[in-house]
Design a protein around this ligand. Structure first.
Ligand code: B12
Ligand code: SF4
Length: 483
């Protein structure tokens, strides 16, 4: 091993997504009229201040791998410009489905200048063949262990074209994550922790079980606690547990959150509604500092959930579960999807009534997103219901609520879009934001900021959707299936 130190840059790319940091949103289109314009300016300021952006754990994990002769740096394009004035031996880009086009553009520009590019991340794992021509090196799968191999090969001057992690790695072998690369001030918090990968469920709109497998893999609790302790030395703000289902294994969750109590942290995470049926675990969550949980309700109708292979969330138990979580002093971010197969035009009103009845603190009313690589995407493509050419992934805006990407099963688009925009107009008002904040069991300022962010965001989404509605005639003709 000889030669000068190798400089590696890891890059995170801004997605079109409305929730991914504030910079893009804040520049949103202005409404006509003085009042609307003042309102938009006010919301943009609030959003900028709130900055819900968190750093990407994937790149924090990679940057924590130490190899002699390699210096790793990191650039978050949400907040900074690409450091084009520096010499890089290797640039690693994380490719998320919401940001494939800008990732490829950056890769192309760098390679034109002779910089070697490595691509990794969810989209690369799902579609390596589409990424190959844009990279010198492809990394597919979870790269926790592979990255060391890549860096060692870089030092040796023997980089391969592809590194593949076909068997999901054993998470107990990875050490704690370092934050040394981060500019702490850029983020809402930098305390992002993942304890478990994989998901036992098979919802057809989700890529987690496809990419990370159905078997739950846990990090040793002691390791997670050590990481939390280390993180606290640099940043005392709230913790985000990024696990998709933090209550997936009761035994593990019990051990983890019991261990967390002495740290006195505040944390938020994601759980299934079934947590509300487990008073002992719920109490432990609250005692360990849980302030809010994102709960994937998706539909309040069993037929709609079942149509998408989601069976672990029976409608009859949802109201009681959400109330129990809130009664334990934990806010609920209720994540709904409207437009599922099985949904009919009465669903908006049912969602609204559900939000009222349960007191969901922050509602998220999503449009169904057919992500390439999911069973849903393939099925809608086979049924001729996608609004764009299924082979052209760039044609789809996967961003959260601004555009319909498919035709709902039993509601014509011309009726679906107005029914959705009318729902979000009723649910996301400044008055409702204030009411929800006042009623929130805890974290009232965050509940207010989030709801105000959504008043703004769903307003932008409505404008885009109404624009799409105006062009629908043309779209429908192109994509209507041959009967
Ligand atoms: C937190 C989160 C967010 C946060 C992101 C915050 C942040 N700054 O990271 C927010 C809310 C902003 C968000 C937004 C979106 N998200 Co999101 N999100 C997640 C979540 C829950 C955790 C992500 C995470 O940190 N995982 C842990 C890390 C360690 O895993 P990883 O990212 O896969 O990284 C590993 C490998 O992929 C690889 N790797 C990753 N990057 C790189 C780069 C290189 C160079 C290399 C070598 C390897 C490599 O190595 C890593 C370590 O093993 C995941 C679910 C999940 N389980 O991953 C969904 C998930 C990633 N999101 C998803 C989606 C669809 C989105 C949105 C498009 C949603 C939308 N419609 O707006 C946007 C797009 C955002 C973007 N920048 O492109 C999908 C991705 C599907 C896909 N095929 O890409 C997921 C998998 C959820 C799902 N149910 O399907 N998201
Ligand atoms: S949506 Fe949630 S519960 Fe369903 S498969 Fe994905 S991670 Fe698992």
């Amino acid at each position: 091993m000889a030669g000068a130190e190798k400089n590696v840059l890891l890059v995170f790319i801004q997605a079109d997504s409305g929730v991914d940091g504030a910079s893009l949103l804040a520049e949103g289109e202005r409404s006509p009229g003085l009042f609307s314009s003042l309102r938009d300016t006010l919301f943009s300021r609030i959003i900028r201040r709130a900055q819900f952006a968190i750093p990407p754990l994937s790149l924090m994990i990679l940057a924590s791998v130490e190899v002699e002769g390699v210096r790793q740096e990191y650039c978050d394009l949400r907040f900074e410009r690409f450091p084009a004035d520096r010499e890089w031996d290797l640039v690693g880009i994380s490719v998320q489905t919401g940001a494939v086009r800008p990732a490829f553009e950056l890769a192309r520009a760098l390679r034109r200048r002779g910089v070697k590019v490595v691509l990794g991340g969810p989209y690369v794992t799902l579609f390596p063949e589409r990424c190959r021509e844009h990279a010198d090196v492809l990394v597919t799968g979870e790269a926790d262990e592979l990255w060391r191999e890549v860096l060692l090969d870089l030092v040796r001057g023997s980089l391969r074209a592809e590194y593949r992690q076909s068997v999901p790695p054993d998470l107990s072998r990875r050490g704690p994550v370092s934050k040394s690369m981060l500019d702490l001030k850029s983020y809402f918090t930098t305390n992002v922790v993942q304890t478990t990968r994989g998901c036992p469920y098979s919802c057809d709109f989700c890529t987690v079980h496809v990419m990370n497998g159905h078997r739950l893999r846990h990090r040793p609790v002691a390791e997670v606690l050590r990481e939390v302790e280390g993180f606290l030395k640099e940043d005392r703000r709230i913790f985000f547990f990024l696990d998709d289902t933090i209550n997936a294994s009761e035994r593990y969750a019990r051990e983890l959150f019991t261990g967390l109590i002495p740290f006195g942290i505040r944390w938020v995470g994601q759980s299934t509604t079934s947590l509300g049926e487990n008073p002992a675990l719920l109490e432990l969550f609250a005692r360990s500092g849980c302030g809010a949980l994102l709960v994937g309700i998706e539909s309040i109708g069993d037929g709609s959930n079942h149509a998408h292979q989601k069976f672990h969330n029976p409608a009859s138990r949802q109201v009681a579960s959400i109330r129990a979580i809130r009664d334990a002093g934990i806010c609920v971010y209720g994540s709904f999807i409207y437009g599922l197969d099985g949904d009919t035009l009465d669903m908006p009103q049912r969602i609204e009534a559900f939000i009222e009845e349960t007191g969901v603190d922050v509602p998220g009313i999503n449009l169904l997103r057919p992500i390439p690589g999911t069973g849903l995407f393939s099925r809608l493509a086979a049924e001729g219901r996608l609004l764009h050419d299924p082979s052209n992934h760039d044609a789809f805006r996967f961003s959260w609520g601004q555009e319909m990407l498919y035709r709902p099963k039993s509601i014509p688009l011309e009726e679906f879009i107005p029914s959705y925009t009318a729902l979000t107009r009723r649910v996301f008002t400044p008055l409702n934001a204030l009411k929800r904040a006042a009623a929130a069991p805890t974290l009232r300022a965050s509940v207010l900021s989030f709801n105000l962010l959504y008043v703004h965001l769903y307003g932008l989404a409505r404008r885009d959707l109404m624009g799409q509605l105006a062009t629908l005639g043309g779209l429908e003709e192109v994509r209507r299936p041959v009967s």
